[in-house]
Ligand binder design. Structure first.
Ligand code: PMP
Length: 390
């Protein structure tokens, strides 16, 4: 079996070889001066990619995005707290599932139809009525490819006691997030998507308001390993070049993270977001040229992942299996109610990757008898790409 595979699922992705090489470093322990420098540098760069100030604290913990999710809510809740979950799909609903294990009261707001986001005015109205301690938004729900705008809600909550938690697992490093302007109190992500680092790191950013709340809150519901007070102390110590221990940092992943952040900042976040926009537009337009629908409505379209609807007679499993056997990994849908598949286009993805993915989808649909000729999607994507710098 060839090792040359194009991974276009919505994470994990194909990583930059220079990032992967960093995983092979040896001779670094978590208290070595070299590692302390690298960790401190990575934390500084993490602030830059989301336009955070020095007063924001990024936290890096070994674990997956779900760990980030659980830590991001439980540290700000006590028994009886009230939470509003805004859910545009499977990952929004995960907040509800997770919170059902804790003694809190959770309300869920959903869009009118799958593929829409929730209007900011509806969220604000619910917040005004509900007296919530915490509100969660999923910036990009990976199950639907819906991007939920943050800023209007963030502005509303900024000067209140309510903590705004944003799931950025499928957006950080690919979509625009400005922690200060957006008014986000807690943002979390996993390493394996648009940040371009193999799975295994949960990353959380805390605003000054969130840091204050951490200090104030008596008896938060956070489990021991997820106690952000302890992790904040560890991060601050590393940044002061005086490492302290709580749980062993994932040394090699942190080194790889620093490298990936260096590449991201070399490209520049604005350029990176624009690249994601153009490549996702090329992909969406190609799918439309093949007669397929996009699950996310235009107003709420994400740029890191696209969910593509299939007509009744076409089996998503067959399509995905064909693509995999042809060397391109794409993903099935996550929601049972819709016949669809998903393609991730994030991180170091380029125009060639997108073209190859469209080509394999065309062949699969041609073989299943849905298309009578090949090339319409590719032509459309080429036109979009050629209008830009690609
Ligand atoms: N939130 C979103 C939006 C996600 O896409 C994912 C993973 N696909 C998660 C949370 C959970 O992350 P992990 O699988 O790394 O635990």
């Amino acid at each position: 079996m060839s090792e040359r595979r194009l991974v276009m699922v919505p994470g994990p992705i194909n990583y930059e070889p220079s990032v992967l090489r960093e995983l092979a470093v040896s001779g670094l322990d978590h208290t070595s001066p070299e590692f302390v420098e690298i960790f401190a540098d990575a934390l500084g760069k993490l602030r830059e990619i989301v336009y955070a100030g020095k007063e924001h604290q990024p936290v890096v913990i070994a674990g997956t995005g779900t760990l980030g999710m659980e830590a991001s809510v439980t540290n700000f809740l006590t028994k009886g707290s009230r939470v509003l979950v805004v859910s545009n799909g499977y990952f929004g609903d995960r907040f509800k599932e997770l919170l059902s294990r804790y003694p809190v009261k959770t309300d869920v707001l959903r869009p009118d139809t799958i593929g829409n986001g929730v209007e900011a005015s509806r969220i604000i109205e619910a917040v005004e009525k509900g007296g919530y301690d915490l509100v969660t938004l999923t910036h990009v729900d990976t199950s639907t490819g819906v991007l939920q705008p943050i800023r209007e809600v963030g502005k509303k909550l900024r000067n209140t006691g309510t903590i705004l938690v944003v799931d950025g697992v499928c957006s950080v490093g690919g979509e625009e997030i400005n922690l200060v302007e957006d008014g986000v109190d807690v943002l979390f992500t996993g390493s394996q998507k648009a940040l371009g680092v193999p799975p295994g790191l949960a990353i959380i950013w805390l605003s000054p308001k969130a840091l204050e709340k951490l200090k104030e809150l008596k008896e938060p519901l956070s489990p021991y390993y997820m106690d952000l007070k302890k992790w904040v102390e560890v991060m601050r110590s590393y940044e002061e070049k005086k490492p302290v221990y709580f749980g062993t940092p994932a040394v090699n992943l942190v080194v790889a993270l620093r490298k990936s952040l260096e590449l991201i900042l070399r490209e520049g976040m604005e350029n990176r977001v624009r690249r994601h926009m153009v490549l996702s537009e090329a992909f969406r337009e190609a799918m439309k040229a093949l007669g397929l629908g996009i699950l996310a409505s235009e107003k709420y379209t994400a740029h890191t992942i696209t969910a593509v609807k299939l007509p009744g007679g076409i089996d998503a499993g067959t399509l995905v299996s064909f693509a995999r056997s042809a060397g391109v990994a794409i993903a099935r849908g996550l929601l049972k109610e819709v016949n669809y598949f998903r393609v991730g286009h994030m991180g170091p993805v380029n125009a060639n990757d997108v073209i190859a993915t469209i080509a394999v989808i065309e062949r699969a649909l041609y073989k299943q008898g849905y298309l009578s000729r090949l090339g319409d999607g590719l032509i459309r994507a080429q036109e979009v790409l050629a209008r830009h710098e690609f």
